[in-house]
Design a binder for this molecule. Structure first.
Ligand SMILES: CC(=O)SCCNC(=O)CCNC(=O)[C@H](O)C(C)(C)COP(=O)(O)OP(=O)(O)OC[C@H]1O[C@@H](n2cnc3c(N)ncnc32)[C@H](O)[C@@H]1OP(=O)(O)O
Length: 294
């Protein structure tokens, strides 16, 4: 987690270039996100907002285990050694978990389908013209839908609910080191197809900066907590490219990559297997070598 709010070192996400153990089988993975109880009295609706206080109040080891297990699958999918999300970490954080789950009346079990973890972070950002911005941004820190349930609309339901609860629009969301799948999802489901990579590995969308710029010749005032330097500093040539992760992990290994979104996913085995920490380093090296910063 990035307690300093500026992206942080990827080491704290547990990213390693070591080989990971094989993915759990579908049967095992199915059983670990399942709770043999009716969680309706505990969780309430099937889309639920769990802030740290609410998670603490759950006081239900079965629910904690199920959430932790789903978060482990998320980490495994992204080739991270350590999960980004655990109930214990959540209780001691200022992040919020949005959880989708359902009760199976026939089998009398509750199943966790997916989650999104978000938090507000103070970020230092560049737009595509290398103007600098500083502000508190809603960040998507971990997002996963169980692989048996992907591409059935659950992810969109979770984010729609999250946006309504956080009173935010999709363009106001920053993505923490997103996968190609997530970039495709944001493009396809929310029309967000102009990502601006930050050297902290966060991605924001160009629309965020557009929303702050002049409209009809009138400068819009920035939202609360935002400031833009009065004299924007121009760095280098003043231009930067939209950068895509060339070899990013593209969702679950058992799923196809075809999508109707303009995302340049690498389909080679090397691309699929290489991990995001490596790409982040390569991208940073490219930025530093090709664009003089001062
Ligand atoms: C900041 C971070 O958390 S980065 C990590 C993001 N998480 C991951 O990449 C983990 C693996 N992927 C997932 O868990 C899920 O696919 C999520 C969370 C990205 C999306 O959840 P879903 O329930 O699948 O989303 P939903 O069904 O609403 O939308 C599906 C869209 O997502 C994208 N998508 C989902 N899975 C895939 C895939 N395997 N290949 C390509 N695109 C995909 C596509 O745009 C797809 O639209 P389409 O099916 O019409 O082509």
């Amino acid at each position: 987690m990035h307690e300093n709010g500026v992206g942080g070192d990827k080491k704290d996400r547990g990213e390693e270039e070591e080989e990971d153990p094989p993915l759990p089988s579908v049967a095992l993975a199915d059983s670990i996100m399942q709770v043999n109880a009716d969680l309706r009295p505990i969780l309430g609706p099937q889309l639920v907002r769990l802030d740290p206080m609410r998670i603490k109040q759950l006081q239900d080891p079965q629910v904690y285990d199920a959430i932790d297990s789903l978060a482990k699958l998320s980490a495994h999918c992204l080739q991270l050694r350590t999960p980004l999300t655990t109930c214990e970490k959540l209780i001691n954080s200022d992040s919020t978990l949005y959880l989708s789950w359902k009760y199976d009346e026939e089998e009398k079990v509750s199943r966790l389908l997916g989650f999104a973890k978000v938090g507000r972070k103070k970020l230092f950002l560049y737009d595509a013209q290398m103007q600098t911005y500083e502000g508190e941004v809603l960040c998507l820190l971990d997002f996963y839908v169980h692989f048996s349930t992907q591409r059935q609309g659950v992810g969109k339901q979770i984010l729609d609910y999250m946006f309504s609860q956080e009173h935010a629009e999709p363009y106001q969301l920053a993505l923490d080191n997103p996968s190609v799948t997530l970039l495709g999802f944001m493009s396809q489901k929310y029309g967000m197809n102009r990502p601006v990579w930050q050297n902290t590995n966060f991605v924001v969308f160009d629309e965020l900066f557009q929303s702050l710029s002049a409209e009809n010749g009138v400068e819009k005032s920035p939202p609360d907590g935002w400031r833009r330097p009065m004299t924007p500093r121009r760095l280098g040539t003043g231009m930067t490219d939209t950068r895509w992760l060339q070899h990013a992990v593209s969702g679950h290994q058992s799923k196809g990559n075809a999508m109707a979104a303009p995302v340049d996913a690498d389909m080679t085995p090397q691309g699929a297997l290489s991990n995001r920490a490596h790409q982040a380093k390569a991208r940073k090296a490219h930025i530093l070598s090709s664009k003089p910063l001062w």
